[in-house]
Design a protein around this ligand. Structure first.
Ligand SMILES: Cc1cc2nc3c(=O)[nH]c(=O)nc-3n(C[C@H](O)[C@H](O)[C@H](O)COP(=O)(O)OP(=O)(O)OC[C@H]3O[C@@H](n4cnc5c(N)ncnc54)[C@H](O)[C@@H]3O)c2cc1C
Length: 1006
């Protein structure tokens, strides 16, 4: 449970736009209506996707089988709600699944407890669920399966007693205060903290000019509308700006600098907000969380939270002696078995759900062989599955070594170049990085509170149902009074997270209970028990009750309460949330059949809603993959196309390069890759895609088309094939011998579905490989006698043109013909003075057009003078004509003291125009700026180049050394204003940037 933002009246309540909702209860059917999108995936309303838009009833299954329901099976590791939902949805399709659960009960963090002596259930885990979304969709299914109509019958869910929505008492510095609803007597500093926070949130907006400005409250309202393109793009624009401004920043950092800095007493405001939140049981444990995480939940507007229907009111729903949220999980599991029986008659519950079955290892059978081996602790109970969905926290995933390249038997050495990795590198990094917070809960059931005196009331004589203190126990609430059970009161006595939970964990049970009693007594001004302070009856009862507590940090398979993003984690959460989309981009060498689910796999850690969304994603991923492999044996229903399309990935904002700043947590390097969609209709900042990664890239090369990339990480070469996400990289086989790689260059061409790669290894040897039909060739060595520093490659019409620079800084040119032989040895290019030995080249780039135009441009920098020289070669293969003389595009009388730093690219278009981009240092404020120069080559006699013009890349102010920057243009397009820029690569290596250092935005003004 995230701190109760409902206590702020939800977002609209916080902003003063709505009174706290005191509905008391709502029909389950009503809770499963309306629209509810989430800001991170705003094109899609998950719950609406699962409903028939006309009837509101569940629509058909996620996918359909085209054949017999026997071919494939899925193993699900973990029997929490995510995998129960996944099992339910797979069963509806007719796909056989087996769920392995380590514990002796299903439900995971849906954990209900019943003391033997009493009859009501208490919740140790999730217990409040905001209106709308997938959670209430499945609750409605359950209610329906029990024979009721959730819309018509009186099956209702009660409001959760969030602070401020029920009569609440606040203990602050030993004094007790009334805290709403209605008249409040909060200390001034608490009110000030709330007002400053509300003002700040209200002011957040998308930067559009008035009256079009979209403020935070507008975004909240839009998320509750039916998705359409306009609102989706506007929400995307709004969130992009939030990401730009706040990614990498902690909640505390933003509070300190932007919220409380102008307050009466900033340190006190920080302290009061941290201990009480705005009265929630403490925002403090979120202080080091990402500010975006808080914004995300505020955008969701958790203003009305409900508890599940209860067994004492609706015994029909819990016909199996199973109550609370656990009872709901069990009911859904049984429904999954019922669904599966339609395809597999005679299937028993135990056939699908295997309890006390800890999965100890998951291994891939190996290169090209489908199937994943799931080993279970109890011998002989594992299985070989076609697909696996691991549904657990990232910590539990780490226990399964999913964060390592070769999980499983440490003695099993994979064959060279064979990947047995179960999950993609981006997922491994995310699993390693995303962590969970501690959390513990003490619950109890109290009989006849009247015995110990009158229950405390507020100034208006209403029973206090919620107690909040600035002491260790933080929060207590009365979930329910059950008159039918002799006045039984269900009370959660301590709801603690983060350090508060850590402080209680090591105490012996009776000490924990004492600590909770003491902190409420003192926190509510009744320390010592002698007085008649307001909370005395509650404390007295608690002292005498049989309390049960649970710390999820100590439970194998969970190992914490839930994921909360730290600053800079957003990218990693997105990597996990969208990992299923890459199912269709299977590459035989690197394919993985392991999918992930759970609330850690996405942006709503700590909410069942996030776990449910991830389950839908995983099922869609499995089905789409299964469809690919088994020749459309499974076909994903059309309405889920949006979940698989690139469109959704476009919204994957960590693929968005606009204005990301690295986190203090220290990305030691980062690479940004962006695609420019070129669609002028889109708002400017929606037009990029790209990634940021914490891995230490040292070299990068991107093809002209922008969709093929090769990077060097730790002397290993990885590539991004066309169509794959930037977030996913695949290892290139056969690169084990490379060390200290000096240069890489990749090229693709329109006509030929292949890529070619040149690598200059640390020893100066040149290697070449091609990538065709999803397979890399072996690396071979053209011109074995050369020792080189750099090689640049371009392709056209099957010919490769190569520029090399050797250790004497000579510039050479060679071709590899369509016959695939390296037919010419490098032809050394002459310097303007005609002497190859006097022309010392520091950097060079090459570009060529097709056989019909047969034009090659090379650009090089003279090391001594820093001057850029360009030569054009015009002729037909095999009769190459001589090169034009290298000439400088810069007029000799130019005054600006330009010194080239690097030749970035040369471009030829279909009209034979040439352009060269170089990065110059002008020695003043901008250490490195990009300039371009062009010439019209249609008239061979006219060799005039335009003066270098600055290209609007505000690389100025870049923090850390820029080691590579490679803009490329798509073939056939040449425009000095770069509207058609296809790919931008920007890498910063080795610089741990301080928090909040903005990385320069690529493309000025965008
Ligand atoms: C104290 C607390 C309060 C919360 N309050 C709320 C709330 O009010 N509202 C809300 O929406 N959400 C709340 N949540 C979050 C919610 O409980 C979770 O988001 C949700 O239950 C997660 O479900 P899951 O399936 O992803 O994971 P889990 O419930 O953790 O299930 C994973 C299962 O996998 C099993 N497992 C792990 N490893 C293995 C293995 N190797 N082999 C076999 N089995 C394995 C585990 O035993 C576990 O049962 C709360 C969580 C906590 C801890």
């Amino acid at each position: 449970m995230f701190p109760s933002l409902a206590a702020l009246g939800g977002t609209l309540g916080l902003l003063g736009l709505r009174e706290p909702d005191l509905v008391g209860s709502a029909l389950v059917g009503n809770l499963n209506q309306g629209y509810q999108r989430h800001i991170d995936s705003c094109p899609v309303d998950y719950a609406a996707l699962m409903r028939d838009p006309r009837t509101g009833l569940p629509s058909g299954p996620i996918a359909k089988l085209a054949g017999d329901p026997l071919t494939a099976n899925v193993a699900l590791v973990g029997g929490g709600i995510a995998n129960i939902i996944a099992a339910f949805e797979l069963s509806r399709i007719g796909i056989r699944c087996t769920v392995f659960e380590a514990g002796d009960r299903l439900g995971g963090r849906l954990s209900s407890y019943r003391t033997p002596s009493l009859k009501a259930w208490s919740e140790l885990g999730a217990n409040r669920f905001p209106r709308g979304g997938l959670m209430w969709h499945y609750v409605a299914q359950w209610v329906r399966a029990a024979g009721f109509s959730p819309e018509k019958d009186e099956i209702s869910a009660g409001t959760f007693p969030s602070p401020g929505t029920v009569p609440t008492m606040l203990g602050y510095q030993g004094e007790a205060y009334d805290w709403g609803p209605g008249p409040e007597e909060l200390p001034p500093i608490v009110r000030e903290a709330r007002a400053l926070f509300a003002d700040f949130i209200a002011g957040l907006n998308d930067g559009a000019a008035e009256p079009q400005t979209m403020y935070f409250a507008d975004a909240v309202a839009m998320l509750k509308e039916k998705p359409d393109d306009t609102t989706t793009w506007r929400l995307k624009g709004f969130w992009d700006l939030m990401l730009q401004q706040y990614d990498g920043r902690s909640f505390a950092g933003v509070l300190e600098t932007e919220v409380f800095a102008t307050g009466s007493n900033p340190p006190d405001l920080m302290a009061v907000f941290g201990t009480l939140g705005v009265g929630t049981g403490g925002f403090g444990h979120l202080y080091d969380a990402a500010f975006l995480e808080v914004l995300r939940v505020l955008l969701w507007d958790v203003s009305e939270e409900f508890m599940l229907p209860e067994e004492d009111t609706y015994p029909e729903l819990f016909g199996y002696e199973e109550g609370g949220t656990w009872g709901f999980a069990m009911a859904l599991a049984r429904a999954a078995v019922d669904e599966a029986r339609a395809f597999f008659p005679g299937l028993e519950f135990g056939d699908m759900f295997k309890l006390s079955s800890t999965v100890v290892r998951i291994t891939s059978e190996g290169h090209g062989t489908p199937g994943v081996v799931v080993e279970v602790e109890a011998p002989g109970t594992g299985m070989i599955a076609d697909y696996v969905i691991v549904g657990a926290t990232t910590r539990a995933m780490q226990s399964l070594q999913l964060d390592l390249p070769y999980p499983g038997n440490p003695l099993l050495t994979p064959l060279p170049d064979m990947s047995t990795d179960l999950v993609r590198p981006s997922c491994r990094a995310a699993i390693k990085r995303l962590d969970v917070v501690s959390g513990s809960r003490m619950t109890t059931q109290l009989m006849s509170p009247r015995i110990y005196g009158p229950w405390p009331t507020d100034g208006e004589g209403r029973k206090i149902l919620c107690f909040v203190t600035d002491e260790r126990a933080r929060l207590a609430y009365v979930l329910k009074e059950v008159p039918a059970l002799g006045g039984l009161v269900r009370l959660t006595a301590a709801d603690t997270y983060g350090a508060d939970a850590d402080k209680l964990r090591p105490l012996m049970p009776w000490m924990r209970q004492d600590a909770v009693v003491a902190s409420f007594s003192y926190g509510l001004n009744d320390y010592g028990g002698g007085g008649d302070g307001a909370a005395k009856p509650m404390a007295d009862l608690l002292k005498r009750s049989e309390a049960v507590d649970s710390d999820f940090g100590a439970i194998f398979g969970v190992q914490g309460a839930f994921k909360v993003d730290k600053p800079g984690d957003d990218y990693f959460s997105s990597s996990l949330f969208y990992h299923y989309q890459l199912a269709h981009a299977r590459n035989e060498l690197q394919g993985t059949d392991v999918f992930l689910s759970g609330d850690s796999v996405g942006h709503l850690g700590g909410w069942v809603e996030g776990a449910a969304m991830s389950a839908i994603n995983a099922v869609v991923g499995v089905c789409s993959r299964m469809g690919e492999r088994f020749d459309h044996y499974v076909v994903v229903a059309d309405r889920f196309a949006a979940l698989l399309e690139n469109d959704v990935r476009l919204f994957h904002r960590w693929e968005d390069i606009s204005g990301r700043s690295p986190s203090k947590a220290g990305l030691s390097s980062m690479v940004r890759l962006g695609n420019w969609s070129g669609d002028p209709a889109l708002p400017a900042r929606c037009r990029y895609r790209g990634i940021t990664t914490g891995q230490a890239f040292t070299k990068i090369t991107v093809s002209k088309s922008g969709d093929f990339a090769v990077v060097v990480i730790d002397d290993q070469l990885w590539f991004k094939p066309p169509g794959a996400s930037w977030a996913d990289l695949y290892r290139i086989p056969g690169t084990a011998g490379f060390t200290n790689v000096q240069s890489i260059s990749v090229a693709t061409e329109k006509q030929n579905p292949e890529a070619q790669l040149l690598v200059v290894n640390g020893d100066g040897k040149l290697w070449h490989a091609t990538f065709q039909a999803g397979v890399w060739s072996e690396f071979r060595r053209p011109w074995a006698n050369l020792t080189l520093k750099q090689a640049a490659l371009d392709l056209e019409g099957g010919n490769a043109q190569v520029l090399v620079i050797d250790h004497s800084d000579r510039l050479g040119h060679g071709i590899r013909s369509v016959t695939r032989e390296w037919s010419l040895l490098p032809q050394w290019l002459l310097s303007p003075s005609g002497d190859p030995w006097l022309f010392f080249v520091r950097d060079a780039a090459v570009s060529c057009t097709g056989l019909d135009q047969d034009l090659t441009t090379v650009a090089a920098i003279d090391r001594a003078t820093g001057t850029v020289f360009v030569a054009i070669r015009d002729g037909h293969v095999p009769g190459w004509r001589p090169w034009t003389e290298l000439s400088s595009p810069r007029p000799p009388d130019a005054e600006e003291p330009l010194r080239a730093v690097k030749v970035r690219a040369v471009v030829l278009d279909d009209e034979n125009n040439a352009q060269v981009w170089a990065q110059f240092s002008d020695g003043t404020t901008t250490p490195a700026r990009l300039y371009s120069s062009a010439r019209d080559t249609s008239d061979p006699s006219d060799q005039t180049w335009t003066t270098f013009q600055p290209v609007p890349y505000p690389l100025s102010g870049a923090a850390g050394p820029i080691v590579d920057f490679a803009p490329t243009l798509p073939h056939g397009v040449l425009d000095p204003d770069l509207p058609h820029l296809s790919t931008v690569v920007y890498a910063q290596i080795g610089a741990t940037l301080a928090a909040d250092v903005p990385v320069p935005t690529l493309l000025g003004g965008q």
